[in-house]
Design a protein around this ligand. Structure first.
Ligand code: GUN
Length: 284
């Protein structure tokens, strides 16, 4: 039986470290604020936004929520982003995605000040991640790195396989593994012999969005298996990209869904917001 990686516990520790630092900053009169913008009434987005507000409360940040109607125009949303860019109380800005279809994610993200872009989605921040000179970590991939670290695994020299090549997870994940000297392969829907490629991995990160796609024959005995997927199975139950029941005997370490990567993403968002706040206040 694999060791199950407890994302809730690891994320609680990350948030506790942040809370203590925030307390010290408050003693010096420094407060940190995160603005979260949600457009429309997508139920999943509403849950994510509520969890982000809760996390702000836990660590001691001020959170400013802007819930805008689905009919909000691009002009109106850009006007809000501009206002938040200029607001000294706001250290981080997060526009919850997906936006309604008539709004272009790219245009909105490109207008967030890069030093307030705590998602690390702005092209300037994406570029910095590429060259390894970054202050903001892409939240989900950074959370995955924390989980790998919690297993005591040294990434250097390991075979790392990432399933999925999204801009939000797959590509930045590969960069973070590479920065830690992993030997990294990115796989995707056109990859030949996917099963065999995955079975070479000492560290396998699944971020493909297909329920229970990764079976025991995709993994090497003793591998670290990190599941970024968040899907519904045939019974409507939350599940990952990895078939947990099938893989749990063979993996060395494995994340559950829920309770694995999910809580880490928000913890890393808090970390980025702290970094932004410290930078804005000239604190190291
Ligand atoms: N929607 C789903 N995940 C995310 C995320 O990490 N950031 C933003 N802004 N929107 C999301």
């Amino acid at each position: 039986m694999a060791n199950i990686i407890d994302g809730k516990a690891v994320s609680a520790q990350v948030k506790e470290d942040i809370r203590q630092e925030v307390e010290q900053l408050k003693a010096k009169g420094i407060e940190i604020g995160l603005a979260v913008v949600i457009v429309g009434d997508d139920p999943a987005s509403q849950v994510y936004v509520k969890n982000k507000e809760k996390a702000c409360e836990t660590v001691g940040f001020n959170s400013y929520k802007y819930a805008l109607p689905a009919e909000t125009t691009e002009e109106e949303l850009l006007a809000l982003v501009d206002k938040l860019n200029k607001d000294d109380k706001v250290d981080g800005i997060l526009v919850q995605l997906p936006l309604p279809k008539h709004l272009d994610d790219k245009i909105i993200i490109n207008n967030i000040r890069p030093d307030k872009d705590v998602d690390a989605f702005h092209p300037v921040n994406v570029g910095k991640i590429m060259i390894g000179d970054y202050s903001f970590l892409p939240c989900t991939p950074a959370g995955v790195m924390e989980l790998i670290k919690s297993t005591g695994t040294d990434v250097a020299g390991k075979e790392c396989v990432v399933i999925g090549r999204s801009n939000i997870v797959g590509k930045p994940q590969a960069m973070l593994l590479l920065h830690q000297n992993g030997t990294v392969t990115i796989t995707h829907s056109k990859t030949k012999n996917l099963k065999e490629v995955c079975a070479r991995a000492d560290i396998l990160v699944a971020a493909v969005g297909r329920a229970k796609m990764v079976k025991a024959d995709y993994i090497k005995e003793g591998a670290v298996v990190i599941d970024v997927g968040m899907n519904r199975d045939e019974n409507g139950k939350l599940c990952g990209d990895v078939d947990f029941e099938d893989c749990k005997e063979k993996a060395g370490y494995i994340t559950p869904v829920p309770g694995g990567v999910g809580p880490m993403t928000i913890a890393m968002l808090m970390k980025n917001t702290l970094t932004a706040g410290k930078e804005h206040h000239g604190v190291n």
